[in-house]
Design a protein around this ligand. Structure first.
Ligand SMILES: [Zn+2]
Length: 324
């Protein structure tokens, strides 16, 4: 069976996985990132990839790397990544020099979308969207069986369409009221802070602000805490606006929700579905299913490996990445 190394490069952690072409992850080699300078990250990444290649043996056909940022899929350069503070970082080229194998680099959220589409909840669909509700909102769109990459690999940045430009939270990208600012895990925390004055006896804020997690708020909401529920309801209202917009743009068969907040499962979906229906106007209602994603953190590694198997993120695999 063909084997590739699928790498999930995050802002604080790297995982290199040995993956076969049926999407099975055989072994993972992980490491925290202490220093985000390009050279330091490449050193850690190379060491983990080297260990994975050794484990994968002679059947390894290539390396696929999912990285945050806008990425030139042809060269594998990270054109810019706010998470790392990189500009024009030659990630693909540097790794090609270190390993005598083809190296492909793609945006991490697009890789996760490809993984979830090929091996997870998106299997057997042709029109599919993945949204990961984590620190930010990562996303990707599959239309007509093809991952949508855009003119300059910018398609799928759904986290940065504005849903509350007048009264929303300031987004990491600098705009106000982006979908990501309102409906990511971080957004849930901000909703909890925003409604706090209405709940003076709330125990939710007894912890230091930097200890307040979206998980704590989500769980408190599920337990019926009034402050957490107030935040949760505002959160779900904003999530529904973004979901209805995505349905208006691409009317996919399925939108899969991943990331930490999606652990709420039906508690989230039951709250959001009727609001999405109410906001869906010119598209036939109920023609897009809202589901929880299936692969969790493994989606990124499986998708990155799939990118290496097919020779690029596109099904047409037109990207060129010479070995060595
Ligand atoms: Zn933004």
């Amino acid at each position: 069976m063909r084997t590739a190394i699928g790498v999930d490069l995050g802002g604080s952690h790297v995982t290199a996985a040995v993956v076969t072409d049926d999407g099975t992850i055989h072994r993972q080699f992980e490491q925290d990132l202490e220093d985000l300078k390009f050279e330091k990250v490449v050193d850690v990444l190379s060491e983990r990839v080297g260990a994975a290649i050794k484990d994968g043996g002679s059947e390894v056909v290539g390396i696929g790397i999912g990285s945050p940022g806008n990425i030139d899929a042809k060269s594998g350069a990270v054109l810019y990544s706010p998470n790392f503070g990189w500009e024009n970082a030659p990630l693909g080229e540097t790794l090609r020099k270190r390993f005598n194998l083809p190296v492909y680099v793609g945006n991490d959220a697009r890789c996760a979308t490809l993984g979830e589409y090929t091996f997870g909840i998106g299997r057997n669909t042709k029109d599919f969207v993945l949204l990961t509700l984590g620190t930010g909102i990562g996303g990707g769109i599959v239309a007509g069986g093809e991952l949508v990459l855009g003119n300059r690999w910018g398609a799928g940045e759904v986290g940065h369409h504005q849903i509350r430009p007048k009264d929303g939270f300031i987004c990491a990208c600098g705009k106000i009221g982006c979908f990501e600012a309102q409906a990511s895990g971080t957004g849930l925390i901000r909703h909890a802070m925003a409604v706090a004055p209405s709940f003076p006896r709330s125990t939710l804020l007894d912890v230091a602000r930097d200890k307040l997690s979206s998980k704590k708020i989500r769980k408190a909401a599920q337990d019926g805490d009034r402050h957490a529920l107030g935040a949760w309801n505002n959160y779900c209202a904003d999530l529904a606006i973004g979901l209805a917009n995505i349905i208006a743009f691409v009317n996919p068969e399925t939108i899969a929700l991943g990331g930490g907040v999606s652990s709420a499962g039906d508690f989230m979906l039951d709250a959001v579905r009727p609001q999405v229906d109410a906001l869906t106007t010119m598209v036939p209602k109920g023609t897009t299913k809202l589901l929880v994603a299936a692969l969790g953190n493994n989606a990124g590694q499986a998708g990155a490996a799939q990118m290496a198997f097919r020779g690029g993120l596109s099904a047409r695999a037109t990207e060129v990445a010479p070995a060595g």
